[in-house]
Design a protein around this ligand. Structure first.
Ligand SMILES: [Zn+2]
Length: 267
């Protein structure tokens, strides 16, 4: 297999929680009778965050459903089709030795904005909650109607996080001389997975109201190999640099044309 690096597409912006969010953390360190449904928090600062692995895993699973790639045993999908959008974007386990090249999508851990940190600090100061909200859920006994309340930690609604994803673009040719579709042609599938996430949920308790999120893209930057060689910042592909662009306002076809033009100009 021949693989050649072409460049990175760097996508940055805000992820806003339109409802509260629950991404489960470790119960380690909690006393018996205390909170047994915590959200994941940074060990040093105590602020909740969204692990890149949680976000990436959810996007992958949504795209597996959308592309009819869910395995019968429910395990993570991987296949030999070089043009499979799931395997191309999200990668395959290295030990399977499939000819698809490196994982294209990198999803960073997602951290609260300064404004959201202040809001969480305030929650702690005024209500004594550990930089989160507590939601009480009741499980109702079907016969006696007795309610058993239990607290669940959530990141409050309207919290905003800064996200960054990198979609790496390679040219590759399989050892049988087969040239699969260019990576760029899968950009639409990546955006589709983000839209599927917006219309479903992130994290736990999604069918009970938690985890509705929305993406606002602020930067969509192409850095080609020659940009790296010349220490250039790359080319912004959004006219509205710094403004917030919703996913539905992205014109994927125009973006692909623009990126191809940049590649051709640099060859
Ligand atoms: Zn596949």
């Amino acid at each position: 297999m021949k693989v050649r690096f072409r460049g990175n597409l760097i996508i940055r912006g805000e992820l806003k929680c339109e409802t509260a969010l629950h991404i489960g953390g470790s119960v380690e360190g909690y006393e018996i009778g205390g909170m047994d449904n915590p959200v994941i928090k940074d060990a040093i600062t105590g602020y909740p965050y969204i692990p890149g692995s949680s976000l990436k895993g959810r996007l992958r699973s949504l795209l597996e459903w959308a592309k009819d790639k869910v395995e019968a045993d429910g395990k993570i999908h991987s296949c030999d089709d070089p043009d499979c959008p799931v395997c191309r974007i999200f990668g395959v386990p290295a030990e399977e030795g499939r000819e698809i090249g490196p994982t294209r999508l990198i999803v960073r851990d997602v951290w609260p904005t300064e404004g959201t940190k202040r809001m969480l600090d305030e929650l702690q100061r005024t209500k004594g909650l550990p930089k989160v909200e507590w939601k009480w859920e009741n499980s109702i006994n079907r016969i006696t109607s007795e309610a058993t309340p239990r607290p669940i930690e959530r990141v409050p609604r309207d919290s905003v996080f800064n996200f960054e994803m990198v979609f790496s673009l390679y040219d590759f040719e399989n050892s049988d001389g087969n040239v699969p579709k260019p990576d760029l042609e899968f950009l639409g599938d990546l955006i589709e997975s983000l839209q599927l996430l917006e219309d479903t949920y992130l994290g736990g308790l999604g069918s009970r109201g938690s985890g509705k999120v929305k993406f606002y893209i602020k930067q969509f930057v192409l850095k080609t190999l020659s940009d790296y060689e010349s220490q250039s910042e790359g080319k912004s592909l959004l006219d509205t640099e710094g403004q917030k662009v919703e996913l539905r306002s992205l014109n994927v076809k125009e973006l692909i044309d623009e990126i191809n033009k940049r590649f051709e100009a640099r060859q």
